[in-house]
Design a protein around this ligand. Structure first.
Ligand code: ADQ
Length: 473
């Protein structure tokens, strides 16, 4: 039977469901938990020397985790340096935050080559290999260089911006060329896919053969759109937990307002958190003095805090939340509850359900799973309203949300007011449509459709039992 081999920078423990923070981990865990296969990547440990790197394997049900540490130098150059100080900002349209160094570029190539060295001896000829995200763009080419002839697919979880932005990054052409060694490259949205095709034709001199295929120097590459999703039913179950609902009722007894808006994000500059706080302040400003229209709960998990840009945004948020609470707070009311830590998913789910507004306003986002989680967690008889940035990939699909420009704080404040005042019938109707959409594009469909497309890349017939087979991988 075909074995699925997943490769991502970080491998997460697929144990209890509450453990992961971060979209890729959540998405892959939901998709891999039952199907199993081999999952290879970094275990989060650091060693001093390359000679200390050794693979370890653990079994979790049907899933084998094969992991290795990075060296401290890899962490600086590959992880912080090239991945998170070059690729992350430029793919999120933030050239101003990108810092290019030769060492970081070399570190990135070195770790990708090492991943290929470590993985190749463990591969079987019939394995289907699925590589994830921006840390590992050249891995497919590195595996090919070691004679791996298997079908290899790549999925980009973050946006693919227009060519003008990417060409500002030194050596991006060289990196983009390595994508041509995959059989299939998947994107979150149609506009990411179109930007990639433009890059191949306008910058690399290739040819757009069809909206879903490009050709360059004799290489033919299939592309596709596979919107990442969540495990909807498990989220619904978490949100409906009666114990959680009791806890929420207890908080409410102590509070002056019963209406909540909630934001849940990694503390990243791409997530538009300062703009969100400013929009909330604008909302409070628009109400008469002494009115307490709503409380904003913002959960922001710490992430990459070894990088200056992340330290800066943390300070900015601390100052802003202090200002909002200082100006509007009262003896019985803290308008902005800012929680700077990771929180179990069960707790997040019940708070989504208790909140009239889900405030998802990134300045750029590949997809944004929080938007989908918020929808899944709602009570269908009295649902809340999703306010969603037009710059999140999720907005391509979730059109029944209130779609906003996150840079326009008046527009976001206005949408919040609209959500507060929205009649129940309209909320129910919007929610019904949104639920339909997140079910259409859930974690299982994401995985099955990607793997089906990957398998068909080399002329495999589309057999009716294929879906069943993929579920059994
Ligand atoms: P992320 O940038 O991490 O993912 P997102 O899709 O919103 O963004 O996923 C975040 C996940 O982490 C959600 O499941 C959320 O519940 C969880 N989370 C966030 N803050 C948390 C906290 N404080 N405590 C606990 N859990 C928390 C990347 C891309 C996205 C893309 C995903 C999946 O940047 O655009 O949607 O991958 O492809």
């Amino acid at each position: 039977m075909t074995r699925l081999v997943v490769v991502s920078n970080r491998v997460s423990d697929p144990g209890p469901k509450g453990s992961a923070a971060g979209g890729l981990a959540v998405c892959l865990l939901d998709a891999m938990r039952d199907r199993g296969g081999l999952w290879f990547g970094w275990n989060g440990d650091l060693v001093a020397e390359e000679s200390e790197i050794a693979i370890s394997c653990t079994k979790h049900g049907r899933c084998t985790l094969m992991t290795a540490p990075l060296t401290e130098r890899d962490y600086r150059e590959f992880y912080l340096g090239f991945s998170n100080e070059v690729l992350w900002p430029i793919h999120h349209y933030r050239l101003d935050l990108a810092r290019f160094t030769l060492e970081a570029g070399e570190g990135y190539r070195r770790v990708n080559a090492r991943f290929a060295d470590l993985l190749t001896p463990h591969l079987r000829r019939s394995d289907l290999i699925w590589v994830h995200d921006y840390h590992l763009i050249p891995l497919g080419a590195d595996l090919r260089a070691r004679g791996v002839g298997n079908q290899i697919g790549f999925f980009l979880h973050i946006p693919f911006p227009p060519p003008d932005i990417l060409t500002a990054a030194p050596e991006y052409e060289r990196l983009a060329l390595t994508l041509l060694d995959y059989d299939l490259v998947g994107f979150q949205t149609a506009s990411d896919q179109a930007n990639f095709s433009r890059f191949v034709s306008e910058v690399l001199g290739g040819e757009i053969v069809a909206p879903d295929s490009v050709r360059l120097e004799g290489k033919f590459l299939k592309t596709g759109v596979f919107p990442a999703g969540i495990d909807v039913d498990s989220f619904v179950a978490m949100a409906e937990d009666p114990e959680g609902a009791n806890k929420i009722r207890q908080y409410e007894r102590h509070g002056a307002t019963r209406l909540y808006a909630i934001g849940v994000d990694r503390l990243d500059y791409s997530k538009g958190l300062p703009e969100k706080f400013l929009a909330f302040r604008r909302l409070l400003d628009s109400y008469p003095e002494n009115d307490k229209p709503m409380t904003l709960i913002q959960v922001a998990s710490p992430t990459r805090d070894d990088l200056q840009a992340y330290v800066d945004i943390r300070h900015e948020l601390e100052a802003l939340s202090g200002k909002v609470n200082g100006k509007f707070g009262d003896f019985d009311w803290t308008p902005l509850r800012y929680i700077h830590r990771s929180v179990p998913r069960e707790t997040i789910a019940v708070h989504y359900r208790a909140s009239r507004i889900g405030l998802v306003t990134p300045l750029r986002d590949g997809m944004n799973l929080v938007a989908k989680e918020y929808v899944a967690a709602q009570d269908e008889a009295d649902p809340g309203v999703l306010i969603l940035s037009r710059f999140a990939g999720a907005a391509e699909d979730l059109q029944e949300a209130l779609i906003v420009n996150p840079y326009d704080i008046d527009e976001v404040a206005h949408a919040m007011r609209r959500a507060i005042e929205m009649r129940k019938e309209e909320r129910i109707e919007r929610h019904r449509m949104l639920m339909k959409r997140i079910r259409q594009h859930d974690a299982c469909n994401w995985m099955v459709s990607f793997l089906r497309a990957l398998r068909s890349c080399r002329g495999m017939e589309d057999r009716p039992d294929q879906e069943k087979q993929l579920r059994e991988i």
